[in-house]
Design a protein around this ligand. Structure first.
Ligand SMILES: N[C@@H](CCC(=O)N[C@@H](CS)C(=O)NCC(=O)O)C(=O)O
Length: 207
């Protein structure tokens, strides 16, 4: 199977980390969602990443749908999202906060970095950053015991933290979120995270 998209996308990275944690081999198509837009649109009509091309040619789009497929393939005992009940609801809440923070920090990033400076709307950027900050604060208030198994809530939250640290570090002042800093340190020390570490954010910047 082929994972399409670069690791500076936290949505791509959470799929890559999950594939590795589950021991599912994959090839990596590193074409850019910006520079190779037309090719990306052939795979996903939305022109977004990640996509996962299965061995029979089926193309899965959207990280949540891809992760659902991976969990089904892994089976209930190894799945990264708890199967049911309070544990599942809790994980889904954390994942919603983490993916929401990515969406909002990402929207602010696109405004700040891609939109020409004369067309930027500072109030909107600040609104998006406030929403991302709210999600990060809520995640900091959750318990993240060191002994807990690496699940999808932890993977997605750690990918979100790296993305925000890389693109908008002012949202993560050192020492402000000790529980999340510890979670990120534990995750980034693992081989699945090291192998997918995005050194820099590769969007085409405007003025
Ligand atoms: N809900 C989607 C979001 C994917 C997404 O926003 N991908 C970004 C990269 S982080 C993208 O493709 N951006 C290009 C664009 O939207 O034009 C998912 O979970 O896969």
């Amino acid at each position: 199977m082929i994972l399409v998209g670069q690791y500076d996308s936290p949505f791509v990275r959470r799929v890559a980390v999950s594939l590795r944690v589950l021991g599912i081999p994959y090839e990596h198509d590193t074409r850019s969602v910006f520079a190779d837009f037309d090719a990306m649109r052939k795979l996903n009509p939305l022109g977004r990443i990640p996509s996962l091309v299965l061995d029979d040619g089926t193309v899965l789009i959207d990280s949540a749908a891809i992760l659902d497929h991976l969990d089904e393939t892994a089976g209930p005992d190894r799945a990264l999202l708890p199967r049911e009940g309070a544990a599942r609801r809790d994980a889904l809440r954390r994942i919603a906060l983490a993916t929401g923070a990515i969406d909002k920090a990402g929207a602010a990033n696109y405004e700040r970095l891609i939109r020409p400076s004369t067309l930027r709307w500072p109030e909107w950027i600040e609104r998006c950053r406030t929403q991302a900050r709210g999600a990060i604060e809520a995640l900091e208030a959750e318990p993240w015991p060191e002994s807990a198994r690496l699940d999808q809530a932890r993977i997605t939250t750690a990918c979100m933290l790296r993305y925000v640290a890389m693109t908008d570090p002012e949202l993560l002042p050192p020492g402000r979120y000790p529980a999340l800093e510890a979670l990120a340190r534990r995750c980034e020390a693992r081989p699945e995270f090291k192998a997918t570490f995005p050194a820099e954010y590769a969007v085409p910047r405007q003025d």
